[in-house]
Design a protein around this ligand. Structure first.
Ligand SMILES: Cc1cc2nc3c(=O)[nH]c(=O)nc-3n(C[C@H](O)[C@H](O)[C@H](O)COP(=O)(O)OP(=O)(O)OC[C@H]3O[C@@H](n4cnc5c(N)ncnc54)[C@H](O)[C@@H]3O)c2cc1C
Length: 395
């Protein structure tokens, strides 16, 4: 308790947002932030046109940012899960949602299953160079005829002696054009229900792997998004990742980490556009005063800040449980749903506060809205999150 003589003042600028972070996390945050602002953000406009270059992976590998929570024996930093959250948050300062997504697919979607389910040989061959940024990964779940309904995929892998032969197609694959390998979800037994799926590590330069044209998108322009075809692609028996027949469960596990990092990215994206808009509202004047001094605008900021804070606390608390070995699927789904929704609401309101400027590319607020809009679809749509949450109550 403070002494009666002490005057307590509200600590609006408190730096640490949650007990999950310690001083090391904050130092890591500072170093990632400095790198992102200095080496990535200046290229944001250019990369919207060209997609971001592959050197970003190598550079981030050199800096140790691609394996923050990976074991040191594979070249990682040996940190905890919260380090990945820090990376996911700080990448938002690149002002390039597509770049943040391309990196997150590599660090938090395609490579964790190799660590969790891979053989030692697979870890040496794929994980070690991925952490160095020498190999780029992608993750292939979605198909032209099956997205939300993962169990409805048609890509088949059939055993042929010592090999497997893969046929099918995948769509909307992030990093699909640049990746050296893909973690591919296939069906290996059509009669086995959820026990009929198997993951493969497929080198993208194998005969029969066809990278179709780059797909044009609403946002995330700096990322590459591919339609891929697999025509009689032969892979060796040791290309199986994890257990034969357990691929569905493996990928459901992967999706939990993907959703949580996506949620963290949504909160960070919302915070960044909020901060930018706050500056604008203090500089822009109308009717003789800064627009932020109108009560209507002030309340918009209050609403947005409350939404961001509620989503942030959901993400952090759920991440804490995930870090402690729990499998909080319901709360991960809630965090993903809530964070991606409020991020779009915040970005939309920020466009409004900017007025006409919000509609102009120059300010980047419209791009934040377009980029953040993906999060209500990717890694499981809002409707699928609601269904997971609803079903978790036995309904
Ligand atoms: C830019 C981008 C990048 C992506 N990157 C990747 C990637 O790297 N790898 C990858 O595998 N995938 C990727 N995806 C795919 C993404 O995960 C899917 O688009 C998403 O899961 C939705 O699947 P769908 O597009 O087939 O929609 P559909 O499943 O066809 O859904 C259409 C609509 O129906 C609704 N719906 C479907 N089923 C139900 C239900 N049971 N109850 C209520 N509503 C339902 C959906 O919510 C949605 O509104 C990416 C997508 C985009 C746009």
């Amino acid at each position: 308790m403070p002494a009666a003589a002490d005057v307590l003042k509200p600590d609006f600028a408190a730096r640490r947002k949650h007990f999950i972070f310690n001083d090391e996390h904050e130092q890591l945050r500072d170093s990632i932030h400095a790198f992102v602002v200095k080496e990535l953000a200046p290229h944001a406009e250019e990369w919207e046109e060209t997609t971001f270059p592959d050197w970003v992976f190598r550079r981030m590998g050199e800096l140790g940012f691609l394996g923050l929570s990976m074991p040191e024996q594979y070249g990682g930093q040996g940190g905890d899960y919260f380090c990945n959250l820090v990376l996911g948050e700080e990448m938002g300062h690149s002002k390039s949602g597509g770049l943040a997504m391309g990196i997150a697919v590599h660090t938090d979607m395609a490579t964790p299953p190799i660590l969790a389910f891979g053989t030692e040989e697979q870890k040496q061959r794929y994980l070690v160079p991925s952490i160095k940024g020498e190999k780029i990964s992608s993750l292939g779940i979605t198909e032209p005829d099956a997205g939300s309904d993962v169990a409805g995929i048609k890509t088949r892998a059939v055993r042929d002696g010592d090999e497997w032969v893969i046929n099918g197609s995948k769509t909307y694959i992030t990093n699909g054009h640049r990746s050296d390998f893909i973690v591919l979800v296939t069906k290996t037994d059509v009669d086995a229900g959820y026990d009929g799926f198997t993951l493969f590590l497929v080198d993208m330069d194998l005969p029969g792997v066809i990278r179709e044209k780059k797909l044009e998108k609403l946002g995330m322009h700096s990322s590459d998004t591919a339609l891929l075809a697999f025509q009689d692609v032969r892979v060796p028996a040791d290309a199986v990742l994890g257990e034969i027949g357990k691929g569905f469960y493996h990928i459901m596990w992967e999706l939990q980490g993907e959703r949580l990092i996506g949620a963290a990215g949504s909160v960070a994206g919302a915070q960044r556009v909020f901060d930018q808009t706050l500056r604008y509202a203090t500089e822009r004047t109308a009717f003789g005063r800064p627009i932020g001094k109108f009560q209507v605008i002030r309340h918009k900021f209050a609403e947005m800040a409350t939404k961001i804070e509620s989503a942030r606390q959901m993400v952090y608390t759920t991440a804490w449980r995930f870090h402690n070995g729990e499998y909080p699927v319901r709360e991960i789904s809630m965090a993903k749903l809530h964070a991606s929704r409020i991020a779009v609401e915040v970005a939309d309101e920020c466009i409004q506060i900017h007025g006409g400027a919000g509609y102009m590319k120059e300010y980047g607020v419209e791009r934040a809205w377009r980029d953040l809009r993906l999060n209500r679809i990717g890694a499981g749509t809002d409707e699928i999150m609601l269904d997971v949450i609803g079903r978790s109550y036995g309904l």
